[in-house]
Design a protein around this ligand. Structure first.
Ligand code: XIL
Length: 347
């Protein structure tokens, strides 16, 4: 037989996948077989987000996350924690008092401290690295005006890294974001990382999510981002890779950010299957990305796919619900796509 992904990339970088609950609990037997055979790093797609770990103040729910970490240990995989501080999928109570008013700065800092401390110390020595802060910089390079930013100020990042480091001094700690190939955003992230480092923050790496499309971003800009981040003296990793084959959502097709866009034949053209030409295009694109990652294997420590099979992908539901996308390495039957052997052949 030919090599598996994890065998092929063994001396290059970790090769990872996100796991959903059916996979974490091994209910989806076919998916689990692929995970065990092909990948040596895992991240939880949802169950370590704060809305699931601490749905009510002080009431932690660890069943799924415990199982996820145990799965990784049983299979000798690198276990990644995602994500401690994020503007999205944070429970509503986190930012408000009993009357629904924004809490004072000190209270939000204390809630952050307690959440991070409780979660990180529970898995101390078992979770290899944490996405400490997710998506704090906008595409234009400015700070996202999240509740964390509005109530605490930009120091919330510094504090998050500090609390995580105190809870597990040996864990790697990451900043993670999407669209990192946009020049303004790249610069904004680099400036932020420099600030965190200058203030003594323990930031080990920056994650490029890599939720990509067939025609965007350009490999040139991705390469600049890899080099720019590496220049900061941190590890660089690909944390949530997928490549959507579906048409971009253009502003004139949709509404404001946060609203749902329109579903139509035009936005969902491959409901009955991916035409061979498109599969070939997808394969070329994946090979080109992996080629770039291999070129910079001294800087890149991990490449993680955001899901196992196409049927698992969030891209079927975002930003337009009910579409049929083909963004991953394995199809809806958990068969490797034809180009997986070409990715392996690059090594
Ligand atoms: C997504 C999950 O895949 C979905 O199941 C969930 O409904 C929403 O979040 N950036 C991130 C991930 O950091 O946590 C997101 O995951 C995708 C975008």
């Amino acid at each position: 037989d030919s090599l598996t992904l994890k065998e092929a990339f063994k001396d290059k970088f970790f090769i990872g996948t996100a796991l959903n609950l059916d996979q974490i609990w091994e209910r989806d037997i076919k998916a689990v077989a692929v995970v065990k055979k092909q990948f040596n790093s895992i991240v939880a797609e949802n169950c370590m987000k704060s809305m699931f770990l601490q749905p009510q103040e002080g009431q932690f729910y660890f069943k799924d996350a415990d199982r996820f970490v145990a799965f990784g240990e049983q299979n000798k995989m690198q276990v990644i924690g995602h994500t401690l501080i994020w503007h999205s999928q944070t429970p509503a109570w986190f930012f408000v008092d009993k009357k629904g008013k924004d809490v004072p700065r000190e209270v939000l800092i204390e809630r952050m401290r307690k959440h991070i401390q409780t979660v990180v110390s529970r898995y101390k020595g078992r979770v290899f690295g944490w996405d400490v802060v997710n998506e704090a910089i906008l595409d234009n390079g400015e700070w996202r005006k999240s509740k964390f930013y509005q109530i605490i100020g930009p120091e919330f990042i510094q504090l998050a890294f500090q609390f995580a480091h105190e809870a597990d001094p040996n864990a790697e700690l990451y900043y993670n974001d999407y669209s990192t190939a946009i020049p303004e955003k790249r610069k904004g992230i680099m400036a932020m990382v420099q600030q965190v480092k200058a203030a003594g923050g323990h930031i080990s790496g920056v994650g490029m999510q890599e939720h990509n499309a067939l025609d965007n971003p350009s490999l040139e800009e991705v390469e600049k981002t890899i080099l720019g981040f590496a220049d900061l003296g941190v590890k660089v990793m690909v944390t949530e890779m997928d490549i959507s084959v579906l048409p971009h959502v253009r502003p004139n097709m949709g509404a404001e950010i946060g609203e749902r866009y329109a579903y139509s034949k035009e936005t969902n053209p491959y409901e009955k299957g991916l035409p061979p030409g498109k599969m070939a295009e997808l394969g070329k694109r994946y090979v080109a990305f992996f080629n770039l990652y291999l070129k910079h294997q001294d800087k890149i420590s991990r490449v993680t796919l955001w899901g196992v099979g196409d049927g698992d992908s969030w891209k079927n539901g975002w930003p337009i619900p009910g579409r049929t996308d083909y963004p991953l390495l394995f199809d809806r039957h958990y068969q490797p796509k034809p180009f997986v052997k070409d990715i392996i052949a690059l090594t």
